[in-house]
Structures are given as C-alpha cells and as structure tokens.
Design a protein around this ligand. Structure first.
Ligand SMILES: Cc1cc2nc3c(=O)[nH]c(=O)nc-3n(C[C@H](O)[C@H](O)[C@H](O)COP(=O)(O)OP(=O)(O)OC[C@H]3O[C@@H](n4cnc5c(N)ncnc54)[C@H](O)[C@@H]3O)c2cc1C
Length: 368
C-alpha cells in the first residue's frame, strides 16, 4: 500500500526520526504530539549512544552498532549543531568482581570488532578528564566511538528540516481515536482539539503511551513498567567533556551550563515511595564523590519517567498486517536507535521492504 499521508503519533526521537526520513523521500507527513516535540522521555534520558551495554543478544547489539553509525551519518547530513557529542564514553567499577565483569564484556566486544581501550585512572585524568577523582591504577574502559546526544535539540532539528520539506504538525493535541475502513485499514485520526485528519498510515511512536495508542486499533501491546529518575545540575562551568559510568552514578554534560545524572541503583528506589527530591540529592552526592567540582552546582530539575519498553525488553518496529497502514516504532535505547529505526521503518512504509537488521524485532511477536 502506498503511503499517501502519514500521521506520526508522538514526536520524541523515534517519531521525529521516522517522520524526517519519510519527508525526505517525498511522503506527506503530519507530526502529532500531545505536548511539545522532544519533551517526553527523550528529554529525560541519559542519552548515551552505545552498543557496549547491549550484549544481551547479537542481533540487538548489531542493531545498536547500526544506530551508532546512523548517528554519525545523520550528523553529516543535517549538521551536528548542538545535539551530537561524539567524545567517547568512560566506564569503571569499584570492586574487583565488578571490574572483572567489565573486562570480560570488553573482551567479548573486542571479539565483535567493537573499539575499546583499557586505560588507568591516572591516564584518564591526564588525557581525557582532569576533574575526575579515581584511583591512579584502577582499570578504566574507554569506548572512543560512543557519544551522547541532546535529544530535544535533535528532535527540534529533524522536525524543522521535515517542515521545510513540507511536513505539517499539530502540537499540544492528543490522538483520541484512529478510524479504520471496512478492510480494517487506517483512514483517519481524531484529535483532542476536535479535528479529524484523513490519513492512510499511522506510526505509533508514543513512547511510554504506545500501549494506549495500540489499543485505539484494538491491538494488545504488552509493555513493562520501568521508571527512571533523571536530574540536571546547573553549574557555572561544566567540569567534564564526555559521558561516563562511574560506580553508582552515570554523569554526562548537557550543554554549556548543566550536567545530567542518573543511576540504576537510585531508579530501584523509585517504587519504595522515597521522595524524588531526596533521590535527586543522593544522585548529586554520588556525582560529587567522582567530580568534586559538581559540589558547587545546584539541582535545576529532576523528573521520574517511565521507560518505553515492550514486555520482552526489545524494540517493536514495523507493520501489523491485520491493520493495514498501522506501524510501530517503540523502543528503549531509543536515543541510540532513533536514526536507524527511522531510516529502516521509513523504507518499510514506502516500499514494503523489511531490513534483515529488524528481523528479531517484529511487532507481531506479541500477536497481531
Ligand atoms: C532514565 C532513562 C535513561 C535512559 N538512558 C538512555 C541511554 O543512555 N541511551 C539510550 O539510547 N536510551 C536511553 N533511554 C531510553 C530513551 O530515552 C527512550 O527510548 C527514547 O527517548 C524514547 O523516545 P520516544 O520517541 O519513543 O518517546 P518520547 O520521547 O516519550 O516521545 C513520545 C511522545 O509521544 C507523545 N504522545 C504520547 N501519547 C500520545 C497521543 N495519544 N497523542 C499524541 N502524542 C502522544 C508524548 O507527548 C511524547 O512527546 C533512557 C530512558 C530513561 C527513562
């Protein structure tokens, strides 16, 4: 079926990437978001572009490697602007057992031709990050091809380029209903502002709300609940250059005057009822142990958000045959995967061709 007009429901990194790719190939696109573009999970993410943390399966790893490559190509096509920060990633652990695990993963990654350098703490301070406190002789893994992305800026760039190519947008309005014809195919979307748009394709890129949007075409799409907390610390001068995983805390720059903090250990406390402000303070304290200069910063913002994760933990990308014109683009690691999913899904929508890289991530594994 030829896409005549495509409604992209949800304009985070996934929706923006699919919509931009479609608009570059001459397809009529309408971006729809209940809020502002890029202000969902995409703005509350650690935003680390990597495949080193994706060794759970080879096909998932390969998709993430393709995601890293797609980011580099995208930066060449639309310009790196303020969104693309390809300065590599540092990772180290506190105890010998955890360090052993990191080194084992590094060995596996090397056997898969993934770039990793093993440095010492002293070398890292001398060559890369002078403001860090870490033991001189600790092994530190440096992944030179990894990066971080300013998600909201990337989305803004993609949407404005797509609009220049003719895409429309409706922001601040929610998709309430999806109309289908006698053959079950997509015909329209109804919005909370009272309007109805005629379309023959919808892309469900609604992030954590994707199960609700799937429900509008009577599809059961199981998703996990896995909340995370992100904190931004304002600082006069950002004391680090790149993203890093230190023991108990992840830290990255977030532009010229703030850093972003995250920790899986702190995420695990969200459901205990602990006050998010207290969790943000714990993040700040852990970060100060690693980068003492951050002690002078102040918590600017903190938010708990739910990760958009299909029930088995893997992306759900592609068509659902029983609803002609309905496609999904839902994934955790969406920052890493946005550009590659955008490109591959746009090709599938336009030509019906499905890329081998997506073989394990078909939406119909959850039923049609
Ligand atoms: C704590 C945390 C850390 C993370 N760290 C990383 C990381 O280091 N690396 C990485 O690659 N990924 C990471 N992720 C995951 C990544 O951030 C997400 O996979 C990605 O941002 C999802 O983008 P999205 O476009 O699917 O969703 P979103 O950005 O949430 O966009 C979905 C949009 O849909 C809109 N919407 C929802 N329902 C409707 C409706 N009915 N009508 C209209 N609009 C609607 C919302 O308003 C929203 O703007 C992290 C996530 C979290 C929470």
């Amino acid at each position: 079926m030829k896409p005549q007009r495509v409604a992209v429901i949800g304009v985070g990194v996934l929706g923006a990437s699919v919509g931009w790719n479609l608009s570059q190939r001459g397809v009529e696109v309408v971006f729809i978001d209940a809020g502002r573009p890029g202000e969902g999970v995409t703005n509350w993410s650690f935003s680390w572009v990597n495949a080193s943390n994706k060794t759970v399966s080879k096909s998932y790893f390969d998709l993430n490697v393709a995601g890293m490559k797609a980011h580099r190509e995208l930066a060449g096509t639309i310009g790196p602007d303020s969104w693309w920060h390809p300065d590599g990633h540092l990772r180290w652990a506190a105890d010998p057992a955890a360090t052993g695990e990191l080194l084992k993963t590094a060995e596996l990654l090397t056997s898969w031709n993934y770039q990793v350098e093993i440095c010492t703490g002293a070398e890292v301070r001398r060559r890369l990050e002078p403001a860090l406190t870490l033991p001189d002789d600790s092994p530190v893994l440096f992944y030179p091809d990894e990066a971080w992305v300013h998600g909201r800026h990337l989305v803004g760039r993609l949407v404005s380029k797509a609009v220049t190519s003719g895409a429309e947008h409706r922001f601040g309005t929610t998709v309430r209903d999806i109309g289908t014809g006698a053959d079950g195919g997509i015909r329209s979307v109804a919005l909370s502002d009272g309007s109805r748009l005629e379309v023959n394709v919808v892309v469900n890129a609604a992030g954590p709300a994707a199960a609700d949007v799937a429900g509008l075409v009577s599809r059961y799409f199981p998703m996990r609940r896995e909340p995370g907390i992100i904190t931004r610390i304002g600082c006069a001068q950002v004391p680090i250059r790149r993203a890093m995983h230190a023991p108990q805390i992840e830290i990255r720059p977030d532009g010229d005057s703030s850093v972003v903090l995250h920790s899986r250990e702190i995420d695990a406390l969200i459901d205990t009822g602990e006050d998010p402000a207290e969790l943000a303070r714990s993040l700040h304290e852990s970060a100060r142990q690693v980068v003492p200069d951050l002690g002078r910063g102040r918590t600017a913002e903190a938010r708990v958000v739910n990760r958009p994760i299909p029930a088995d933990g893997f992306p759900s990308v592609g068509a659902v045959q029983s609803v002609p014109g309905y496609y999904e683009a839902v994934s955790h690691s969406g920052i890493t995967l946005g550009p590659v999913i955008g490109r591959l899904l746009a090709r599938e929508i336009i030509s019906g061709e499905r890329d081998e890289l997506l073989a394990d991530f078909h939406p119909e594994r959850f039923g049609s």
